[in-house]
Write a protein that binds this ligand. Structure first.
Ligand code: SF4
Length: 431
């Protein structure tokens, strides 16, 4: 039998610190602003200072590129939904807690004043109804902005089924909004999150994008001496996809991301490797996918956004649908297209230089700027601190032709492969 998400008579509310521990821990599965993984270290017991294990603070980037620390919590981990991959689902047997609006406001202001954070990332399980939950989330942001004149960064996780007016209000107070698409395919969503509606998720993303565009146009056309037009989520919207909870391959995941970037101009798609949760539902994989898969997806995502790659070039049809784990996707593409190389650093177009393994966007811009006034010599690559072992087999420049480096595809691939790693360090590992 499914237990009610919130008992009719609420149990006595745990003290604030206990609630903070529960609701910061419950928020850690949301990758939308997660810190990168690292080894477990802890100063409990008075040994040293600091800890990598505590939850509750994450990092995000503001529209002007600053990295900010955010208090990352749920308003509540009670939830009426039963998304199988989620530790907070109604059938999960975990300690529950709920903050009041006032408690989240106080915590945010207290941490902010103590210089621990520069903003708030707030998400929530769904209680009573999507509208009720969204109202509570928006109210936190409203009180912070209007009653406390809070100028810090606010990222609100929105609920796609909530009324459009509530999503519109959220955008007036938040810097960034996000709606989780959750799973890469409609089939996966129907199977693992039966109460969620893929059409509603995309509809909400479309409405948010329309508001963001309107606000941006109004800001551009506002007369210089008038008050600036009201902002709407100036840091845009983002989403998260869980990787490895269903059978979707990397090709399907990247196709979904490409569609989301193209259609809703999302700032980021976050990939969250499914991690087996306590009290997991049957039908979920027993083991997490290798975290390096998540890393390869981020690299592929970067190639689509900044390097001019189409998603179906990165994982072409018939290639098994998965990114190589032992080669980064750009190197894998270059090895599969050896006929396009070597690229002449003195003549090749920008588009081809961007496809050279080891050359980043900034390096390519510097090479293009330099070659307007002089020729590029291989020694310039050393001065640019590029990884020579990866770059040299794919380029020519004064003083360098790949020559002997042009060995067979397999020999070159062997040289460029990353050293085998059993498993990446995982900040959130449970065992
Ligand atoms: S709605 Fe959100 S919090 Fe609730 S079970 Fe689904 S993913 Fe978890």
């Amino acid at each position: 039998m499914i237990a009610p998400a919130i008992p009719a008579a609420l149990p006595p509310s745990p003290p604030l610190l206990r609630k903070l521990a529960i609701l910061a821990d419950a928020a850690k599965y949301d990758a939308s602003c997660a810190s990168s993984g690292t080894a477990k270290r802890d100063s409990a017991g008075g040994r040293g200072i600091g800890s990598t294990e505590g939850m509750g603070i994450c990092h995000s980037y503001t529209p002007d590129g600053r990295c900010v620390s955010l208090l990352k919590i749920l308003l509540t981990n009670f939830c009426t939904y039963d998304c199988l991959y989620c530790v907070n689902r109604v059938t999960s047997n975990v300690p529950r807690a709920r903050f009041s609006v006032d408690e989240v406001v106080r915590l945010t202001l207290d941490f902010y004043r103590r210089n621990c954070i520069e903003g708030l990332f707030l998400s929530s399980g769904i209680i009573q109804s999507p509208d009720y939950t969204m109202e509570q989330v928006v109210e936190v942001a409203r009180v912070l902005r209007e009653e406390h004149d809070f100028h810090g960064y606010i990222h609100l996780k929105t609920i796609p089924d909530a009324a459009p007016e509530l999503l519109a209000r959220a955008g007036r107070y938040a810097d960034r909004l996000s709606i989780n698409v959750e799973l890469p395919t409609a089939d996966g969503l129907a199977r693992l999150a039966p109460e969620k509606d893929g059409t509603a998720i995309r509809g909400a993303m479309g409405r948010l994008q329309a508001h963001i565009d309107e606000a941006r146009d109004a800001a551009r056309s506002a007369p210089a001496r008038r008050a600036p037009a009201p902002a709407f989520a100036p840091a845009g919207q983002s989403t998260q996809m869980i990787v490895g909870a269903d059978a979707a391959d990397d090709r399907a995941i990247l196709a979904t991301s490409a569609q989301l970037y193209g259609r809703y101009r999302l700032r980021r798609v976050y990939y969250s490797a499914f991690s087996p949760i306590p009290d997991a539902a049957a039908g979920l994989p027993l083991a997490a996918p290798p975290l390096v898969r998540e890393h390869r997806l981020y690299q592929a995502d970067w190639l689509m956004r900044f390097y001019g790659f189409a998603h179906d070039e990165i994982v072409p049809a018939g290639a098994g649908g998965m990114l190589a784990l032992d080669l980064d996707p750009k190197t894998a593409w270059a090895l599969a297209h050896r006929a396009r190389f070597p690229a002449d650093l003195n003549r090749a177009p920008r588009e081809l230089l961007l496809r050279v393994p080891g050359l980043g966007v900034k390096t390519v811009e510097r090479l293009l700027a330099a070659r307007r006034v002089r020729r590029i010599h291989v020694d310039d690559l050393g001065r640019l601190h590029v990884p020579l072992a990866r770059v040299l087999p794919f380029v020519t420049a004064d003083g360098h032709r790949p020559g002997a480096l042009l060995d067979s595809d397999e020999a070159l691939a062997r040289r460029l492969r990353a050293p085998a790693k059993a498993q990446q360090a995982d900040l959130f590992a449970t065992a």
